[in-house]
Design a protein around this ligand. Structure first.
Ligand code: PRP
Ligand code: URA
Length: 214
């Protein structure tokens, strides 16, 4: 397997534990949404670890000290639908972040992404963009989202996934070597329908109770 310096796969035991629950086919949508949220919190903590701060004076009851405040303007870009389940946790971590929704679905016949919603303003309003999507399969949707953000003027882009396939990592980092990927797990490979193995099935359907997956 190629070595990808820009791929960060979480090693945290809490992440590994929760992933087992998420993948289990017996996990119902309510629990599934809960675990997506918990994993998003942990992944957000890792993905935002190098956000920039600037010094500020903070008057404690004892004395004034030099504290820090966030300097980066941060934008979260959830990919509809499945990325929606990650937003609340990220906003809890960074309440001042902007949220820009992008609607992309994967045509299940061609496996190519189709854009159906985009209300980004004309030019970038953030310094650091985090694309939120639980699944990175062929990489088509993520690559399309990155291209939209680069046309918008985004410079620092991170992609946050719960499960990534090697095929998707390769596709994204070949097209966009400047992007950093944060994944809770790197799985084995795609099946002939473009689903991640072992994966968890269809992340959108499992969150929203809309179908059978695999
Ligand atoms: C899923 C997933 C990603 C995409 C990944 O969305 O949430 O956006 O597939 O596949 P790719 O890497 O091959 O592009 P889907 O198209 O199923 O839409 P949904 O979120 O509305 O269910
Ligand atoms: N989208 C999903 O939701 N799951 C996969 O395994 C691949 C794409």
């Amino acid at each position: 397997m190629t070595d990808w310096p820009n791929l960060h796969v979480s090693q945290h035991p809490a992440v590994r534990h929760k992933l087992g629950i998420l993948r289990d086919e017996k996990t119902e949508p309510k629990k599934f949404r809960e675990v997506v949220r918990e994993l998003s919190w942990l992944m957000g903590y890792e993905a935002l670890a190098d956000a920039r701060t600037r010094p500020i004076d903070v008057p404690t009851p004892i004395e004034t000290m030099q504290g820090e405040e966030l300097a980066d303007r941060i934008g979260f870009i959830p990919i509809l639908r499945a990325g929606l389940g990650m937003v609340d946790a990220f906003l809890e971590l960074m309440p001042t972040a902007q949220v820009w929704h992008l609607g992309l679905f994967r045509d299940e016949r061609t496996l190519r992404p189709v854009e159906y919603y985009n209300k980004l303003p004309n030019s970038a309003t953030v310094d650091l963009c985090l694309i939120l999507d639980p699944m990175l399969a062929t990489g088509g949707s993520a690559t399309a989202a990155i291209e939209v953000l680069k046309r918008w003027g985004a410079v620092r882009i991170k992609l946050v996934n719960l499960i990534a396939a090697p095929e998707g990592v390769e596709a994204v980092l070949t097209a966009h070597p400047d992007v950093e990927i944060y994944a809770a797990a790197l799985d084995r490979q795609l099946n002939n329908k473009g689903y991640i193995m072992p994966g968890l099935g269809d992340a959108g359907d499992r969150q929203f109770g809309t179908g059978n997956s695999g």
